[in-house]
Design a binder for this molecule. Structure first.
Ligand SMILES: Cc1cc2nc3c(=O)[nH]c(=O)nc-3n(C[C@H](O)[C@H](O)[C@H](O)COP(=O)(O)OP(=O)(O)OC[C@H]3O[C@@H](n4cnc5c(N)ncnc54)[C@H](O)[C@@H]3O)c2cc1C
Length: 365
């Protein structure tokens, strides 16, 4: 969308159908909501019935810390749209901007010239027909198991060690009173109001606990984690009506890959993955998308290298803090301290996005 809006000729391919769901909860932090607002897409998210989140509450044992969402930069609430809502809004905006979007089509290989520079991609349809597409730049926005990253041999720059297991599902009849994040010994749980009157109820436990207790089944693991952290929340969830099956992500340690090279770039989880425990991946992907689009339109390999360096410096602390929270080895004092660090990182991220507006005005865009 951003590249097409800047006048570039863009082809987007995705093996999945338009509006498919993905294995992810969907709380958007301020940076993501700001991006949707700046791109003129927040109204579509609201008009899909996505409830406004006006406060977020952190529960540390018996202590509850309420954080109201301040109105700033055109953002007066947070949102947690289902990916079946958010993703089509982005795809439609890309099409409207002039990008060609093909669903049911995957990148299966990259094309290289005699110097090894990537010059395009081989794409395959569901009927297995394969065609070559020439391109000045191939961008892998293809998620944590990125095929593009593998095809270009993107080097691993940095990795962390912890991975929490996430289990989540949807309920009706729970209060839509903002997001709630609860922390207890060895687990973090909570709920996020979303579309169609549903609430996403999630639990995160250590991967070791998941491995040792997995035979109990997801329902028992989820219920036990809720009960361990907050019997009050567990009771509220029990009284609600479960409207979906539970889904689980076993967990994977975070990493930073080199995200540019000759003729290629990576954006989102393809280049930088952090544990879902800080609910920051969509926000990161939407911020990086704009920084990459700006580098691409500035042109040249140096601009891409700056995108890579900037991305790596900007996200490193957030990745480390997320890893520490994902360890589940903290006590209440430490997790509070980690949240303060996280909050500082998120403020810095929003400041970067504000700078972009000033730069765009200076460029007359
Ligand atoms: C359990 C869980 C909970 C999470 N909760 C949150 C949360 O609350 N808030 C938050 O911000 N983040 C959350 N995240 C993280 C978030 O889901 C990701 O960071 C985000 O989806 C990254 O976006 P992306 O576009 O990089 O990748 P994805 O959303 O994974 O999209 C990748 C796309 O690439 C396509 N693709 C794959 N292979 C190919 C190919 N060969 N060719 C072409 N296309 C291809 C896929 O079909 C898909 O459409 C969570 C993650 C998990 C696992």
């Amino acid at each position: 969308m951003l590249l097409a809006r800047r006048g570039l000729r863009v082809l987007v391919v995705d093996p999945l159908k338009r509006g498919s769901d993905t294995l992810s909860t969907h709380a958007l932090m301020r940076g993501a909501v700001l991006q949707l607002h700046r791109w003129g897409l927040l109204a579509a998210i609201r008009s899909a019935g996505t409830p406004a989140i006006r406060k977020t509450t952190f529960h540390y044992g018996e202590e509850a810390v309420e954080v109201p969402i301040k109105a700033r930069d055109g953002v007066d609430a947070l949102y947690a749209p289902r990916r079946t809502v958010l993703d089509p809004v982005l795809v439609d905006a890309a099409v409207e901007a002039g990008a060609e979007v093909k669903h049911g089509v995957s990148v299966v290989d990259v094309l290289r010239d005699g110097d090894g520079r990537v010059r395009g991609a081989k794409i395959a349809g569901s009927d297995r027909s394969v065609i070559d597409v020439a391109a000045d730049l191939v961008i892998g926005a293809d998620g944590v198991r990125s095929r593009v990253a593998r095809l270009v041999d993107a080097p691993l720059d940095y990795s962390v060690t912890h991975a929490a297991t996430s289990i989540y599902g949807y309920w009706r009849g729970l209060p839509h009173d903002g997001t709630h994040w609860y922390y207890g010994v060895g687990a973090s749980v909570g709920y996020i109001p979303t579309n169609d009157g549903e609430t996403c109820v999630f639990t995160l436990i250590s991967k070791d606990r998941f491995e040792s207790d997995r035979l109990e089944g997801l329902e028992a693991l989820h219920r036990n984690a809720l009960e361990d952290v907050s019997s009050e929340l567990a009771g509220g969830v029990e009284a609600g009506e479960q409207s979906s099956q539970l889904r689980a992500f076993a967990g994977m340690p975070g990493f930073l890959r080199r995200c540019v090279g000759p003729g290629w770039a990576l954006v989102g989880d393809a280049g930088y993955f952090r544990d879902p425990i800080t609910a920051h991946g969509i926000t990161d992907a939407l911020c990086e998308a704009e920084l990459l689009a700006r580098a691409v339109t500035r042109g040249g390999d140096d601009a891409l290298t700056e995108y890579h360096t900037g991305r790596s410096e900007r996200v490193r602390e957030l990745l480390d803090v997320t890893d520490r929270i994902a360890s589940m080895e903290w006590d209440m004092d430490e997790v509070k301290e980690l949240h303060l660090k996280l909050s500082r990182e998120m403020k810095a991220e929003v400041d970067v996005l504000r700078t972009l507006d000033r730069e765009l005005m200076a460029e007359g865009l």
